[in-house]
Each structure stands twice: as C-alpha cells, then as structure tokens.
Design a protein around this ligand. Sequence first.
Ligand SMILES: CC(=O)N[C@H]1[C@@H](OP(=O)(O)OP(=O)(O)OC[C@H]2O[C@@H](n3ccc(=O)[nH]c3=O)[C@H](O)[C@@H]2O)O[C@H](CO)[C@@H](O)[C@@H]1O[C@H](C)C(=O)N[C@@H](C)C(=O)N[C@H](CCC(=O)O)C(=O)O
Ligand SMILES: Nc1ncnc2c1ncn2[C@@H]1O[C@H](COP(=O)(O)OP(=O)(O)OP(=O)(O)O)[C@@H](O)[C@H]1O
Ligand SMILES: N[C@H](CCC[C@H](N)C(=O)O)C(=O)O
Ligand SMILES: [Mg+2]
Length: 487
Amino acid sequence: MKVLKDILYKVSLTSTIGDMEIRVSSIVFDSRNVMARSAFVAIAGTQVDGHEFIATAQKKGATVIICEKLPEEITEGITYVQVVNSAKALGIIASNFFDNPSQKIKVVGVTGTNGKTTTVTLLHQLFVAMGYSTGLLSTVENKINEEVIPATHTTPDAVSVQALLRKMVDEGCTHCFMEASSHAIVQERIAGLKLAGAVFTNITHDHLDYHGTFDEYIKAKKKLFDELPKDAFALVNGDDRRGSVMLQNCKAAHRTFALKTSADFKAKIISNTLEGLELDINGKQIWFRMIGAFNAYNLLGALGVASLLGEDEDEVLRALSAIRGAKGRFDRISIGGIIAIVDYAHTPDALDNVLKTINGVRTGNEQLITVVGCGGNRDKTKRPIMAKLAVSESNKAIFTSDNPRFEDPMAILREMQAGVGLSEIRKTLTIEDRREAIKTAVMLSKKGDIILIAGKGHEDYQEIQGVKYHFDDAEVVTEILEQLTRN
Ligand SMILES: CC(=O)N[C@H]1[C@@H](OP(=O)(O)OP(=O)(O)OC[C@H]2O[C@@H](n3ccc(=O)[nH]c3=O)[C@H](O)[C@@H]2O)O[C@H](CO)[C@@H](O)[C@@H]1O[C@H](C)C(=O)N[C@@H](C)C(=O)N[C@H](CCC(=O)O)C(=O)O
Ligand SMILES: Nc1ncnc2c1ncn2[C@@H]1O[C@H](COP(=O)(O)OP(=O)(O)OP(=O)(O)O)[C@@H](O)[C@H]1O
Ligand SMILES: N[C@H](CCC[C@H](N)C(=O)O)C(=O)O
Ligand SMILES: [Mg+2]
C-alpha cells in the first residue's frame, strides 16, 4: 500500500478533491481489474473513453479516481485527482508506486519500424553471455535472464512495464533492453521511465492506420528521443535519413551507426550467405551467425549500445559472433533438400530485405516460392505493396491469411491481389487457409527450392474473429515437409 500524495510526485495536477493521504492498493487503468482500494486511472482510448467507467470502478472498490475530466457526480469518501494527461500520469504514478525501478537499472529502449526485437534480443543474449543479470521486454517474450514471462504486446502497458522492471531490480538485474513501439510511445506506456539510452533502427511504411500519416509516425518515434535526459545516449542509424531527424533537439549524447556513411560505429560487409555474415569492424574481420545485410545494422546497433554502456569492444564482438538472434527471424528448416525460411517480415521493407537476401545468395537454378499474407485490422495500404514485392522477387507467390482478426480474409486477399499487374498474376495463387497455402508451396517445390513463409515468425496462433487458434508456421512446414518427403 502506498500513500496517494507520494505516488503523485511529478504528476501535473489540475485539481484535487478529498483525502490525499489515503492508501492505495494498486494502480488500475481498466475498470474490469479494479480491486478494493485501487486507484483507477481513466484514459480516453481508441475504442472507448475510460472516463465512462468511473462509476463502475467506484462500485468495484476504487477509492481514488485519477482523470482528466471530473465526473458530474462526486461521491463522498472517494478522492478525485484531476490531471493534465491521464495516460502520462499513469506511467509516472506506476513508476512511483513501484519505487522508480528504472533509476536502479540501466534501461535501453529500441525503436524503429523493423529490427527492434532482433536488436534487444541480441543485447539480452550478449549481456547474459558477458555475465550480467539482464532483463528483456520484447514482442516475442519478456525475460529475466533465462526465465520467460509471456509477452502480449511489443511494449507492455505502463503498469506492467514498471512491475516488470521492479521484478528485474529485485532479482538483481543491472540492465534491461526493451522495445519501444510507436503505439507505446504515443500512448505514454513508457512515461516515467528513466532511460540510459535509446536506439533508432529505421523507419519505413507501417501502422498508418493508427498514426494517420507518415509524418505523425516519424513524430511518434522522435518523441522517444525528445524526452531523453542529458546523461543518456541517443544512437541512431546514420544510413536512414530520418536518423538525423530523431537527433534534432535531443539533449542526450548523439551517436550513429552505419554501413554506408561515416559514423561512430561502422562496418563493411565482407560476405553474406545463408550461413551467416562476415563483417569488417575497425579492421577486424568477424563472422556472425545472423543472416542478411539488414542484420549487419542490428549487430552494429547492439555493438554501439554495449560500447556506450562501457563494455570492451573485443569481448562484445566475440560474444556477439556466437549469437543467433530472435525466434522466427530468418529461421531455416531444411528437410529432404527443400529449404523453408520462416520470417516475421510483415512490412514492405522487411519483406523486400528478406527477399533480396535470399535472391542475393541463391544460384538462380532453384525456385523461390513465397507464402505471405497481411494482417487484418492493420494498415491496409501495406497490402498491395507487399503482394507486388512478393511476386516480383519470387518465382511464385501464394497469398494467404495472416491474422485476419475481424476482417473478411478474402477481402484482405483481394486488396493484396490488386497490387499485382496482369502480366504477373499467373505467378500467384490465393489460398485463404494458411496450412493449405504452405502445403501447396511444398507440393510445388523440388529439391534445392526455397520456400519463404513470411509475416508470422514466432507467432503460434492465427487470430480469427477475436479467437487465437494454435498455428505455428515452423511446426506446420516441418510436418508437411516430413510427410511429403517421406512418401
Ligand atoms: C490500438 C492500441 O494500441 N490499443 C491499445 C490501447 O487500447 P485502447 O486505447 O484502444 O483502449 P480502449 O479499448 O479504447 O479503452 C480505453 C480505456 O478504457 C478502459 N476500459 C475499457 C473497457 C472497460 O470495460 N473498462 C475500462 O476501464 C481501457 O482499459 C482503457 O484504459 O491500450 C491498451 C492498454 O494498454 C492496449 O492493450 C491496446 O492494445 C491493443 C490490444 C493492440 O492490439 N495494440 C497493438 C496495435 C499494439 O499496441 N501494437 C504495438 C506494436 C506494433 C508494432 O510495433 O508493430 C505493441 O506495442 O504491441
Ligand atoms: N534492421 C532491419 N532493417 C530492415 N528489416 C529488418 C531489420 N531487422 C529485421 N528486419 C526484418 O523485419 C522483420 C521483423 O524484425 P524484428 O522482429 O526484429 O522487428 P521489430 O521492429 O521488432 O518488429 P515489430 O514492430 O513487429 O515488433 C524480420 O523478420 C526481418 O524480416
Ligand atoms: N506488432 C505488429 C505485428 C504484426 C504481425 C502480423 N503477423 C500481423 O498480424 O499483422 C502489429 O500488431 O501490427
Ligand atoms: Mg518487435
């Protein structure tokens, strides 16, 4: 239990009504989770306005209401705190409630359209390998050293972020590497967090359904850098022209990494094969198990962070060279001479990168068959672009479902087909059922061929009408390859 006025430290208040010395049992932003003596924080969301649930929260036992607009009816015995921005207040209050864990651990946030999970996973594995007790907050999973705490979001909600950091500090962690999604930055899920540094990987087309325009999407990412303290570092990809935008008006120490331009952390690709990457870094030639030129950026980002946190470059490079990265990112499954690659490419840039990587290393005698879909209730403008890329960079493309959510799967597929020109339509098949699509790809391939299954990576479900059915691309393709190559 914490005293209300203590957990309001640093929150911009407009007015208060009632006892400020009252004790609070938990911080809750969803009325459905309120318990006796909770403080309920009302937030206007994308679907509903949390202010509509103030009365419900009170009935369920909330004794403190934190809101932007005071309710018309004020109840005796309840304390009301009016704040300027309740989403931001939630982060600060949650941090105070958990005794500001981010002040006791070095937290590094990674943002960007692609490469966040890969970069934080590399860093987590690297710091564990170097002997540090280390936390991870990522799309795939949250972790304290090797203990897995399932993840529901790329960046958890504000209360979970602080609760997880508290657990990390209590378990002796000295570092935490976390993804900062653009949704999380805008929704203030990381308000109240003290960052030791932030990384910008890149920005390309995604999430325009949520942010509205590309400019707003850039602004969302930039907010992370605008709010960094002076003693933090801001490490950006110098080859992405928005890298310098992130650094405008940023008080933290400016640092860059790049393959093409001059930068604080630089590398040159010596070789890039389906087995891994060889890079030249400061005159040292090092081999990494990560595949694809884009992973040179993720490796450099991780090296930059480790160096900025004071680690020895040689030791870092030695450890990094043994690391495989995150699950579902360029996972290779080779059965009966057919190679299947499962990858989380769910944006045009990611798909383009993965296809270019495969095309850059194949002989050309084999076929490349791409199985791909686009998520429902997400940015629709990605659909024709991703379809076009899949067709033009593969011998055959099979369009299929990828979490249709509440949309009609066939409507999504038609929007994908609209991106393919008449001359290329014969190179495509549309098969709504993802298992059937993968099976068809396997049946169409012969020894030496490559099947790329894009979009779901580590995901172990197919989300249809609010229900998550078990579905794992790697599991399905393995089973089908084993069956068909046995016969
Ligand atoms: C679009 C979006 O980001 N939505 C997130 C947001 O919900 P919202 O603003 O839509 O909430 P809402 O349903 O309108 O409700 C408003 C408020 O009323 C409260 N409420 C609601 C109902 C009720 O009965 N009682 C009640 O108190 C809600 O708890 C909330 O505080 O805040 C919620 C709590 O933190 C999130 O769970 C929710 O994530 C949804 C499920 C989601 O799918 N988000 C995705 C898009 C997302 O966040 N993705 C990024 C990664 C993207 C990427 O980088 O690729 C991520 O970080 O995971
Ligand atoms: N640095 C990069 N530049 C471009 N594409 C990349 C990069 N790193 C990874 N990718 C591609 O993007 C996909 C997603 O990578 P990753 O999971 O690391 O990104 P993310 O930013 O965490 O994505 P999300 O927004 O869904 O959390 C990979 O499967 C790969 O296809
Ligand atoms: N973090 C991303 C993941 C997309 C993954 C893809 N499989 C899909 O469902 O669209 C999102 O929530 O938009
Ligand atoms: Mg991620």
